[in-house]
Design a protein around this ligand. Structure first.
Ligand code: ADP
Ligand code: MG
Length: 390
């Protein structure tokens, strides 16, 4: 186009906000209706989890959005524009795609893998390097340690993080994720889910996330689309799905322990948690005792939490053991929890560690609050009362 300035700004008509709409989308393979008349809308910035048993059409639905598969009928609109009006190759660079098998290029370093899409998008070299470092830090892989490694030198969970960084690299408004965390062990999966949610808070994107795990769906979703044999059987926020399944199939799929699953709907940040009783390493013992006496510092089981100057927890120290100064070497403060940790995950972390309480740390790792089993259990009662009121 004559007169178009040569900038990094995408040309008009590119994917920007990321509102996604499927209208009567169907995919037929011979006699098989892999996806059957699927209609749904995901508002910009929301996470939609597509869930259902194996073979119900989740992957097919997802791959029609970035045109890896062409629908037999119906239309798919992003920000009101039919995806078929965009060249497929450009569309796929503008939509982040994360799959279970990660698909990292083995002969490229971690940094080179993450840089793939920005390079294809024609970003200036000076912009790509900092972006790669920023993303690796964001997904919990400090670039100093990981940028120059090769995929084979990473664990499955770390590879999955690189895959996530790579998908985020071009800053796409829309992300498609096909069972991205299902190949890693349960503890790593829980961490990846929590980290993804934290990331999503910081940089909201429209996400379509395929899962066959109702617990994962309840945890991740703003809205859940339950599919069966290619058809949409319910489209509802997690709380509504748990409280009011559309039919017997959904009720069975959601499972009998629905009340317990409600624990996955509440996060620690939703509870009124007491602040962590922190003391700084090197703080005068007299000051600590004064703060305890005045009630501004409330020990837990007679102990306070010693932190470094940066606010990172070091270890629990009995007040009675503090002399002239708070002395603390790094010790055991596990389990560390995040404000976005669900009550369900918080409880299982406490049980696993055999601890009665855990320390909640913010994004910078500073101790901010304490969560104990009783407070978290109180969070279980609250939603049930709400349901009773309705
Ligand atoms: N390329 C294909 N050719 C023929 N049938 C297919 C093809 N891809 C998927 N199917 C069929 O379509 C249905 C939906 O598949 P898929 O979308 O992969 O399900 P899910 O991701 O929910 O497990 C299945 O019955 C599957 O066998
Ligand atoms: Mg699939």
């Amino acid at each position: 186009m004559p007169g178009t300035p040569a900038t990094d700004a995408p040309p008009p008509g590119d994917v920007r906000a990321g509102t996604l709409e499927l209208r009567g989308v169907t995919k037929r393979y011979g006699p098989t209706l892999a996806v059957d008349d699927l209609s749904l809308t995901v508002p910009a910035g929301k996470v939609c989890v597509l869930i259902g048993p194996s073979g119900c059409g989740k992957t097919t639905a997802l791959r029609m959005i970035n045109r890896l598969i062409e629908p037999t009928a119906g239309e798919i609109l992003i920000d009101g524009t039919d995806v078929r009006r965009r060249p497929a190759a450009r569309l796929r660079r503008e939509i982040g795609y994360v799959i279970q098998q990660v698909g990292l290029l083995p002969h490229l370093t971690v940094a080179q893998n993450v840089a793939t899409v920005p390079r294809l998008l024609g970003w200036a070299k000076a912009r790509v390097g900092p972006r790669v470092d920023e993303l690796l830090a964001l997904v919990g892989l400090p670039p100093g340690d990981y940028a120059r490694r090769y995929p084979a030198e990473l664990s499955g969970g770390q590879q999955q993080r690189v895959g996530l960084a790579r998908a985020l690299a071009g800053d796409p408004p829309l992300m498609l994720m096909d069972e991205p965390f299902s190949a890693v062990d349960p503890i790593t999966r829980e961490r990846l889910q929590t980290d993804f949610l934290r990331l999503h808070r910081a940089v909201p994107k429209t996400v379509v996330f395929v899962s066959h795990d109702i617990d994962e769906a309840v945890k991740m979703a703003d809205v859940i689309a339950v599919m069966r044999a290619g058809r949409l059987v319910q489209f509802a926020p997690p709380a509504e799905l748990l409280a009011d399944p559309a039919d017997e199939f959904v009720a069975d799929f959601v499972g009998a322990d629905r009340a317990l699953k409600g624990l996955a709907l509440t996060r620690l940040e939703d509870l009124d948690l007491p602040p962590a009783p922190t003391v700084r390493r090197g703080e005068a013992g007299g000051d600590v005792r004064d703060r305890v006496a005045s009630g501004t510092l409330v020990p837990i089981g007679g102990a306070v939490l010693a932190t470094g100057d940066d606010g990172h927890p070091l270890r629990w120290v009995p007040v009675a053991a503090i002399g002239d100064r708070v002395e603390a070497t790094p010790g055991r403060t596990e389990p560390l929890l995040s404000p976005v940790t669900t009550l369900r995950d918080a409880l299982s972390a406490l049980f696993e560690a055999g601890a009665s309480h855990g320390v909640v740390v913010d994004g910078a790792g500073r101790a901010v609050a304490v969560a104990d089993v009783a407070t978290i259990g109180g969070g279980l009662a609250a939603p049930a009362e709400k349901a009773g009121d309705a």
